[in-house]
Design a protein around this ligand. Sequence first.
Ligand SMILES: NC(=O)C1=CN([C@@H]2O[C@H](COP(=O)(O)OP(=O)(O)OC[C@H]3O[C@@H](n4cnc5c(N)ncnc54)[C@H](OP(=O)(O)O)[C@@H]3O)[C@@H](O)[C@H]2O)C=CC1
Ligand SMILES: O=C([O-])CC(=O)C(=O)O
Length: 264
Amino acid sequence: MTVLRVALIGCGAIGTSVLELLKSDTALAVVAIVVPEEGVAAAQKAAPGAQVASRVPASGIDLVVETAGHAAIEEHVLPALARGTPCIVASVGALSAAGLAEKLEAAAVAGRTQVQLIAGAIGAIDALAAARIGGLDSVRYTGRKPPQAWKGTPAEQGRDLDALTQETVIFEGSAREAAKLYPKNANVAATVSLAGLGLDKTLVRLIADPAVAENVHTVEAEGAFGSFALTMRNKPLAANPKTSALTVYSAVRALRNRAAALAI
Ligand SMILES: NC(=O)C1=CN([C@@H]2O[C@H](COP(=O)(O)OP(=O)(O)OC[C@H]3O[C@@H](n4cnc5c(N)ncnc54)[C@H](OP(=O)(O)O)[C@@H]3O)[C@@H](O)[C@H]2O)C=CC1
Ligand SMILES: O=C([O-])CC(=O)C(=O)O
């Protein structure tokens, strides 16, 4: 059996869980882990079997998976694509930056390869992207998380998240603006918009809600296909309350599909 040699970019809440799930995988081997320079020694201790570096190795890698954050796309994904290595991306919100989607496409074309944006913490991306072909009239996305998941974000400006007693809308606007302002919380807004009506026409509401324990994502879409409303109640990862566990499974699914003879 051919074993796909994987480089994992980012070894935080998602990355460590991906590593754990792939430990006993016979078709995929994480041979390299890419973290910021100052984290190399710590990551090497956590994953003694892999090469840990601050750059994706230029050879010996069949597949790259990004679970690091928006900055990692310019820094690591673009050069890997240009070298011809296919890349799987979790930080989809990075594509809200002007010109980045075009740069990714150009790099993939130059490397004769492909960049795959995973669905991550949201579902029905297949249905939405298919519905777009018939024509969409409206797409709305609502992201609702416990107050602590909004710590360290602009949601803290002018409010004490710990003191919230009722649901509070912290953002209302376009998916482009949401993804830019909340790079660790609104990747899903970007994914829904890229599959559907685009970054500027997708209406986004972000809510801090002390009554929920999960990350609750709702998508409502209408168009020539009909309509759907989807609500996901995702359990957050213990290591990062901003991030849903489903994101890990989505990344692992994408990786396993690359190695599988039959993909679903
Ligand atoms: N599509 C989706 O549904 C979702 C996407 N995401 C995306 O995934 C990202 C990671 O999430 P999560 O694992 O929870 O976050 P964590 O903060 O737990 O982990 C991020 C990891 O990436 C490393 N890192 C940061 N910047 C870089 C870089 N430029 N190059 C290499 N490594 C880097 C960090 O290192 P250090 O700690 O040393 O900084 C850390 O190890 C989020 O920032 C978000 O963009 C998250 C949730 C859902
Ligand atoms: O993991 C989640 O629930 C969603 C998330 O953080 C994001 O969209 O960036």
